[in-house]
Design a binder for this molecule. Structure first.
Ligand code: ZN
Ligand code: ZN
Length: 375
């Protein structure tokens, strides 16, 4: 057992409270990580709203951890103590999708990532009174100084990169960038429209620019986010509230590709309708809405859903780190850091759109935007 300070969410309407929690020793396939920093993702807000069942709370959330391997189980060979790792989503490694190199389509994806337990129903942390906590959120529950992950959901990264920044590569940034680089596979000069430019959509903007895309259109309700999208490489920004949005978007021709991060039914339909033929749409939002289009709309067009940007974390995350180190993928521009003790402020700022991507530092640092020297 390892004692750890963790942020525990006990009720849908309650703030996170810092508590001492006890983390289990790693099983043979598990990895104990000393967490340095963890991003706060939109999915955390959904967990608070009860989207994952009535027995989900109390929970340690957090699924964009980055840290140092502290201890490994007897069967782990991919990492050793002292390695720097980013924690990402978990997968089983046994099913047909995993065997085909498609862990984001793992048959156990929901079981391993969204229930907050291991596949056998157990958790890996208890509170100070010995009561079990939901503690396998995305195979990690990393709003904690220590987190128990598996060999499959840690991605080893270069020790030269600051762990304070890397956590969001495990989910939000990976999702947006992966949708462009792994799924759409934009060719130089192709056009793309991105609906919703929060952390995921802006990561897609960065990846589209990196791909040599021609027209990169960002659609959002927020003037500040539209401004940031233009700064990060979008060629045009459009107000999502414009009543004539679809017509406005296609004035310069239909698009080779589109991305939706909003999950709003009408917006998803627009993302399909503005495509050229051929054209490809990747959906990344997941609310309660469904996509409704007439079947003939899909002639010559493809639509897919992009859990985690279709990535293989152990390959894709080190690649994003390398691109950042080369100055080609400045995702640090999305990040604002907070000490763990300010997690409730970080959550409020994320919900209000004040912070694009909050990152919680497990050890005390002043809050503020992270500034790094550019190479
Ligand atoms: Zn699987
Ligand atoms: Zn996430």
């Amino acid at each position: 057992m390892t004692s750890s300070r963790g942020a525990v969410l006990r009720g849908a309407d309650q703030p996170y409270v810092l508590e001492t929690v006890e983390i289990n020793a790693p099983r043979p396939d598990e990895v104990l990580v000393r967490v340095v920093a963890t991003g706060l993702c939109h999915t955390e807000l959904l967990a608070r709203k009860g989207m994952f069942g009535p027995k989900f709370l109390p929970a340690i959330l957090g699924h964009e951890g980055a840290g140092v391997v502290e201890q490994v189980g007897s069967a782990v060979t991919a990492v050793v103590p002292g390695d720097h790792v980013v924690l990402s989503f978990d997968s089983c490694g046994q099913c047909r999708a995993c065997a085909r190199g498609l862990p984001t389509s793992c048959a156990s994806f929901e079981l391993l990532n969204l229930t907050g337990t291991r596949a056998d129903g157990t958790g890996s942390a208890r509170d100070a009174d010995g009561n079990p906590l939901t503690s396998r959120w995305f195979g990690q529950s990393s709003f904690s100084e220590f987190a128990l992950a598996t060999a499959r959901n840690v991605a080893k990264v270069d020790k030269g990169a600051p762990l304070e920044l890397l956590g969001p590569l495990g989910c939000g940034v990976q999702t947006g960038a992966g949708a462009v680089l792994n799924q759409l596979r934009l060719a130089a000069g192709e056009s793309v429209v991105i609906f919703g430019v929060g952390a995921v959509g802006l990561s897609a903007v960065l990846a589209a620019r990196l791909s040599g895309a021609g027209e990169i259109v960002a659609v959002d309700l927020s003037p500040a986010r539209r401004e940031l999208a233009l700064d990060l490489g979008a060629t045009r920004a459009v107000d999502g509230a414009d009543p004539d949005l679809a017509r406005l978007l296609v004035t310069q021709g239909r698009f080779d590709a589109s991305l939706d991060t909003t999950g709003v039914g009408t917006v998803m339909a627009t993302a399909v309708n503005v495509l050229d033929r051929p054209g490809s749409c990747v959906l990344l939002g997941a609310g309660r809405d469904t996509l409704t289009v007439h079947p003939t709309v899909l002639s010559g067009r493809s639509v897919t859903y992009g859990f985690e940007g279709g990535s293989i974390p152990s390959i894709f995350i080190p690649r994003l780190v390398d691109l950042w180190q080369r100055g080609l993928f400045p995702f640090d521009r999305l990040i604002r850091t907070y000490p763990l003790a300010e997690i409730n402020q970080a959550e409020a700022d994320a919900a209000a759109g004040v912070a694009i991507k909050p990152v919680l530092l497990m050890h005390d640092h002043p809050s503020g935007s992270w500034a790094l020297p550019r190479t």
